[in-house]
Design a protein around this ligand. Structure first.
Ligand code: APR
Length: 237
């Protein structure tokens, strides 16, 4: 029987692809205040500062050196080759999972390559720079476009679909996340209460929620994730 698998990823899975994490040594939140660039209040206070922050991160995705690593590729292979359902829920706003081939994918914190119009609600593919001078191609209103990114204090996306998948899975993997931000950090606790899924953390080092997982496998994602995917596909998990 191939139980459904739910996988949660965080910034750690993209570290070896050259993208910064948030809370590691020298991470993003050590360089800029999250209150200024990752809250609705910060955007209201200084939209240009926020646009500059996300424009720089969006631009870094176009760097040829920034590409999916072996961990992203292993998760795409798992979705392709595992006989049961694999849902990938990422906190990341980069596009490395898509570029590796993952399709059954939820970006619960939004996507760097999309913009959202606060005037008409359209969500738009937006791979280039975004600013206050841009107009919505659907409603033509200028100055109401924002990054399609979930900021602190806002509700993450597709939560109902995520909890449905959690409630029906047999295996939950948490990869490259510090377990510092809810609701993602609470998924493992939710599963412990339900009691039917096996929970495994794969991280560089134990996260804040490490003790809540049945198993922990520690090391760089590009090494531990492909190995664990092989054990799943070999029916040994
Ligand atoms: N391989 C595996 N794990 C790694 C690697 C690596 N090469 N490098 C770092 N890590 C781990 C770190 O040990 C840490 O536990 O990745 C985790 C990164 O944690 P954070 O920087 O807190 O990133 P994340 O958990 O994704 O943050 C969650 O916080 O700021 C918000 O919205 C933002 O989505 C983000 C959320």
């Amino acid at each position: 029987m191939h139980d459904p698998i739910v996988i949660l990823t965080g910034a750690g899975i993209s570290k070896e692809s050259g993208l910064d994490t948030f809370r590691c040594e020298g991470g993003i939140w050590s360089k800029v205040r999250l209150e200024d660039v990752a809250t609705p209040e910060g955007f209201l206070r200084d939209p240009d500062l926020v646009h500059d922050f996300y424009n720089a991160r969006r631009e870094s995705l176009r760097d040829p050196a920034v590409r999916p690593n072996a961990a992203h590729e292993a998760l795409a292979r798992l979705e392709r080759d595992y006989p049961g359902e694999v849902l990938l829920v990422t906190q990341n706003i980069d596009d490395l999972h898509e570029r590796a081939g993952s399709r059954n994918l939820i970006h619960m914190h939004g996507e760097l390559t999309k913009a959202r119009c606060d005037a008409c609600g359209s969500v738009l593919h937006w791979p280039g720079p975004l600013g206050q001078g841009d107009s919505c191609p659907n409603c033509a209103v200028t100055g109401r476009l924002r990054p399609h990114v979930v900021w602190f204090g806002e509700i993450p996306l597709d939560m109902e679909r995520i909890y449905d998948a959690l409630d029906n899975c047999g295996l939950f993997l948490s990869i490259g996340t510090s377990g510092a931000v809810y609701p993602a950090a609470g998924f493992v606790q939710h599963l412990r209460m339900a009691g039917q899924a096996r929970t495994v953390e794969l991280n560089l080092d134990p996260s804040e929620g490490a003790s809540l997982f049945h198993d922990g496998i520690y090391g760089p994602a590009s090494q531990v994730v492909p190995q664990f995917v092989e054990t799943i596909l070999a029916g040994k998990v």
